[in-house]
Design a protein around this ligand. Structure first.
Ligand SMILES: [Zn+2]
Length: 444
């Protein structure tokens, strides 16, 4: 980085933070050290500024409106964002610690900001025409990269499904989708079933977590989106959960979405960060959530793993039975239905692998669609929705099945047991309510 850029960066940094700039144009005066709270403000402004370049970048924001208005007005260039980022990254290393915060928590805060700013820098470079490979993008934006999967990794899944599914024409994937179709919730019952499932997930979570008073969600059904569901966190403990009804929703999907988007998934994660860190400690960096960042690996991984936390096998089966009745299906089928869905779980890894090969050009569009249908167990329509997701969100897909695996393994190492225990819920609460980054969750 040359001098002119550093000088410009310092001025921008100070201007953005409302500090005075006393250095003259011919004299390089080192900028003053920023406090961690000012670095946090700088980080929030950086994320908001990036949102002016990519409309998907800011997933949630409920911090000071003035910062948002200001960044909208300034519409800083990518170069200005990169320069200010370098300043913030440097200051993190020397910012004085707050003696009122336990040192381990302070270290987590520092690491979180460092990690998030590193990803922001990578994303700014991508918007400025950097085209990394799938794995380089994963590492740069999400702090980890996913293992490879070959066809042979999915043979046991296909063999298991072949045995469990009713015999019939076509491939295992086609038989699987025909079977699921029977349990697609009728359109006029989707809202009632989803609401029931979210409330059940909430009740299971509240057995173990105390959530702040007034936490709540609003559910709406939408069409024409590249995702199947979304949680738009509004602040003040409110989530707006949208479910895309372009494709039929099965009973197991309803349970998955209820836990993933709601309890103890995204809604709970956002509520706990707001309660513990924003309101509890005044840490403003948690009022913003940049989508393409390591935070998403934690958010999606815990949300996917949260399904297992809320509904271990016996509880899942009980809820499936209730939803079957609500949706008008025969509850006698529920055990086979559950076993088939469990057997299909590795298909998530196949979707991840499809994204990598598609993105890196080692699979053509046709090959990707074929792979998605064969190993990802998707219908042709769902395959098109997946492709739209890959085109829009790049390597983001690793945050789901791989995120869940990393969180699952981490929980096994820290709290043991296959079924969720109090110790696991405690460890899970810690994951959701403290600043976390992905790579330290990997085994040594
Ligand atoms: Zn999610």
């Amino acid at each position: 980085m040359n001098y002119r850029i550093i000088a410009l960066s310092s001025m921008l940094a100070l201007a953005a933070l409302g500090a005075c700039t006393s250095s003259g144009p011919h004299k390089a005066v080192p900028p003053p050290q920023l406090s961690m709270d000012k670095i946090a403000e700088g980080y929030v402004r950086q994320v908001l500024a990036m949102g002016e370049h990519d409309p998907n970048y800011v997933d949630a924001y409920y911090g000071p409106k003035a910062w948002q208005d200001d960044e909208k007005k300034q519409k800083r260039s990518l170069l200005a964002i990169l320069n200010f980022n370098a300043r913030l990254q440097k200051d993190i290393e020397t910012a004085p610690a707050d003696p009122n915060v336990p040192p381990e928590l302070w270290a987590l805060r520092k690491r979180f900001l460092r990690n998030q700013l590193g990803a922001l820098e990578a994303k700014a470079r991508m918007l400025d025409n950097w085209k990394p490979s799938f794995d380089d993008e994963s590492l740069a934006l999400y702090d980890v990269s996913a293992p490879f999967y070959g066809r042979e990794d999915f043979s046991p899944m296909l063999a298991a499904l072949d045995k469990l599914l009713p015999p019939g024409e076509g491939t295992v994937s086609q038989r699987y989708n025909r079977y699921l179709e029977r349990y697609a919730i009728p359109a006029d019952k989707v809202e009632a079933v989803m609401t029931f499932a979210i409330n059940a997930a909430r009740a299971r979570t509240l057995k173990y977590f105390r959530l702040p008073e007034g936490e709540r969600f609003e559910l709406s059904l939408v069409n024409g989106k590249p995702w199947s569901a979304y949680n738009w966190y509004q602040g003040n403990y409110l989530s707006k959960i949208e479910v895309n009804v372009d494709q039929p929703i099965s009973v197991s999907r309803a349970i998955g979405l209820a836990s993933h988007e709601g309890y103890p998934g995204h809604h709970v994660y956002n509520v706990l960060l707001e309660d513990q860190l924003v309101k509890g400690r005044g840490w403003k960096e948690f009022t913003v959530y940049p989508l393409y960042s390591p935070q998403s690996f934690i958010a999606e991984g815990t949300a996917d793993f949260g399904v297992t936390m809320a509904f271990p096998p016996a509880e899942r089966l009980a809820l499936e039975r209730q939803l079957f009745e609500l949706a008008g299906f025969d509850p006698a089928e529920v055990e086979t239905y559950d076993a088939i869905n469990e057997a299909a779980k590795p298909s998530g890894n196949a979707v991840l692998e499809a994204a990598r090969r598609y993105r890196d050009g080692s699979s053509s569009l046709e090959e990707t669609v074929d792979w998605l249908q064969t190993y990802g167990l998707t219908t042709p329509e769902r395959a098109q929705q997946r492709l739209k997701f890959f085109d829009t969100y790049g390597a983001y897909i690793i945050n789901y099945s791989y995120g869940e695996k990393v969180i699952h393994d981490y929980m096994q190492r820290t709290a043991g047991a296959d079924e969720p225990t109090w110790a696991q819920w405690r460890a899970f609460f810690d994951l959701l309510s403290t600043p976390r980054t992905p790579s330290p969750l990997l085994p040594d």
